[in-house]
Design a protein around this ligand. Structure first.
Ligand SMILES: [Zn+2]
Length: 275
């Protein structure tokens, strides 16, 4: 059998292996055990043998060779991060191992994802490792059983998925955006400015998204819910906002939460919704 190619094929292959071994209910995935067991069997000449936390200032994690056993690999993660963020990092580094270790035998030192990478090749590798992590932790075949491709949803439902997969709410929203047929936009803002944003394919095609916010800062609309400091009662199932609030020609259903830990507001805008 030929080796899988690309991040999505690799994630699909591992799910097939895990389903054979553990049945369909194998979530949340035990990432470090899977990485070690799988690589010891499949690549006995250069397996992952260490997965461990460390203080790694400015880094999320790394994939490096074990100094004592040059053929073996180690994944280190920033132990000061939140547990669910660490899980994504572990999957990301496992992705680098599967996809990139042969071309990059010195491994990877992965920065905090909010820092944009100037090196395009490196940015591509990081994107591939993130894509692997998302599909490995949250396969769309399973996710779409929870929330169908054409189903309307809200942050409570996506939160249920985040719990099932052991990932952050943001990671679960991003994965849902990859397959939903609806127009929907995720916005992460801080101090009244959009930090970054992602949109479903249909929202991108409709032009209702914020493609360049990393380059040109965009202010959060004053009349939106996202500007409210006290978001304790911020409805997770959404509030309809009139045209002109977020987009000139479109009404949206706005929902969100305030994350105390990072002092950010996570907003989800639905352009298709039932009234
Ligand atoms: Zn990386």
């Amino acid at each position: 059998m030929r080796e899988p190619r690309g991040p999505e094929e690799w994630a699909g292959f591992l799910h097939w292996v895990m389903e054979e071994a553990f049945g369909p209910e194998h979530f949340p995935i035990n990432i470090s055990e899977t990485a070690k067991l799988f690589t010891v069997r499949k690549y006995p000449k250069d397996p992952i043998t260490i997965v461990r936390g460390h203080d790694l200032p400015g880094l999320e994690g790394m994939l490096i060779r074990n100094e004592k056993q040059n053929r073996e690999w180690a994944i280190f993660f920033n132990q000061n991060n939140a547990k669910r963020r660490i899980r994504f990092t572990l999957a990301h580094e496992f992705g680098h191992y599967l996809l990139h270790r042969r071309q990059y035998p010195n491994g990877f030192r992965c920065q905090v994802p909010d820092i944009p990478l100037k090196d395009r090749q490196l940015a591509h590798l990081e994107h591939e490792a993130d894509t692997f992590a998302a599909h490995f932790l949250m396969p769309i075949a399973d996710f779409s059983q929870l929330i169908g491709k054409s189903e309307f949803t809200n942050l409570n439902m996506i939160g249920v998925a985040a719990d099932r997969y052991g990932v952050s709410l943001t990671a679960a929203i991003r994965q849902w955006l990859r397959y939903t047929q609806h127009r929907a936009v995720l916005i992460v803002s801080q101090d009244g400015f959009i930090q970054w944003s992602e949109a479903s394919l249909s929202a991108q095609l409709a032009g209702t998204h914020f493609p360049n916010v990393r380059r040109t800062p965009v202010e959060v609309p004053e009349s939106s819910l996202a500007t409210q400091r006290d978001l304790t009662n911020y409805p997770k199932d959404g509030v309809p906002m009139p045209k002109g609030t977020w987009f000139a020609d479109h009404e949206v259903l706005e929902m969100g939460i305030h994350s105390d830990q990072h002092d950010i507001v996570i907003t989800l805008l639905m352009l298709d919704f039932e009234t």
